[in-house]
Design a protein around this ligand. Sequence first.
Ligand SMILES: NC(=O)C1=CN([C@@H]2O[C@H](COP(=O)(O)OP(=O)(O)OC[C@H]3O[C@@H](n4cnc5c(N)ncnc54)[C@H](OP(=O)(O)O)[C@@H]3O)[C@@H](O)[C@H]2O)C=CC1
Ligand SMILES: CC(C)(CO)C(=O)C(=O)O
Length: 316
Amino acid sequence: MTSGGEPREQPMTSAVIGAGSLGCLVAGWLHEGAGSTVLCARSEVPEVRITDRAGTRTVAVPVVYDPGEVGVVDVVWLTTKAYDTAGAADWLRALVAEETVVVVVQNGVDHADRLAGLVPANQVLPAVAYIAAERVEPGHVRHDAGRRLLVPPGRTAARAVAATGDGRLDVRTSEDFRTEAWRKLLRNAAGNPICALTLARLRVFADPSVRAMARSVLEEVVAVGRAAGADLGPDDVEAVFAMFDGLPPDTGSSMLYDRLAGRRLEHEELTGVVVATADAHGVEVPVNRTLLALLRGLRSGEDSTEETGVNRSEPG
Ligand SMILES: NC(=O)C1=CN([C@@H]2O[C@H](COP(=O)(O)OP(=O)(O)OC[C@H]3O[C@@H](n4cnc5c(N)ncnc54)[C@H](OP(=O)(O)O)[C@@H]3O)[C@@H](O)[C@H]2O)C=CC1
Ligand SMILES: CC(C)(CO)C(=O)C(=O)O
């Protein structure tokens, strides 16, 4: 392996941890655009398939299941849910050496904290994803929109960009990553809980009463983000609605997909962080607090399977 910026004969190598919605897509794009990519999975993936506007294609990216099967790579792309970060420790031990960059492709604002104790801080590159994708069966993802990851600038970012090859995974830098992370959290604070609780796709935001409630959610998050140092304002609220209105109407949210599949929800890392940050700064967030309570209640609900046909989430 060579360090960033040096001429090298070998292409850069990547490993993607997590064969879910984003993981299959990112691994597929890296394999197609750069080669030298492996997908690290914990559940069986018969093959990686991507459906987009052009149709469905199979991508022959190698899939591995055992950290003992992999060696050190140049760039790791961590695409587990935020709450599964620690569970990826064995993969990280096998894949990461001194020069490896770990790109944390997860929602939320505390990416670096999640990797504390697992990877040296100077090798962690937080990323917010402007990508919408849904796993429709194991290894098979539907790509609805977006290709962009935003990361803070620096040497680790340069290595991540270099590893994308032809750039079909579009990694760009932002000088104000704190603001970018909160800007993305703004979308998630509305899109994820409201879709998960209503079992509806993003088109639910066309309903005037839902939209009015979402506006309150967003205005609260703007106030919290500003208290936490993010440069957010009223335009950011309008930008969220513009984004939701512009996505294909069948697009959902990752939390909706988790509820539909009976998986644990990521609300503590999203709405939970909004409420905790609000409390730390003395900002009132009654609507976000209500959504958080409902999401917590959902996970302990006994009747959801019978009443909605949706599996119960895991306990814990
Ligand atoms: N989906 C989307 O459109 C977007 C998602 N995001 C964010 O990106 C992150 C990933 O989301 P998404 O791709 O939707 O999540 P998924 O649940 O679809 O995928 C997560 C994957 O991680 C795997 N995983 C968990 N632990 C391990 C482990 N120890 N070893 C190997 N694999 C593991 C899971 O395995 P298993 O298959 O066994 O469950 C699953 O395949 C989240 O933070 C989400 O909020 C951000 C923007 C958009
Ligand atoms: C913005 C949104 C809701 C789009 O898919 C997302 O980031 C997610 O699904 O987690």
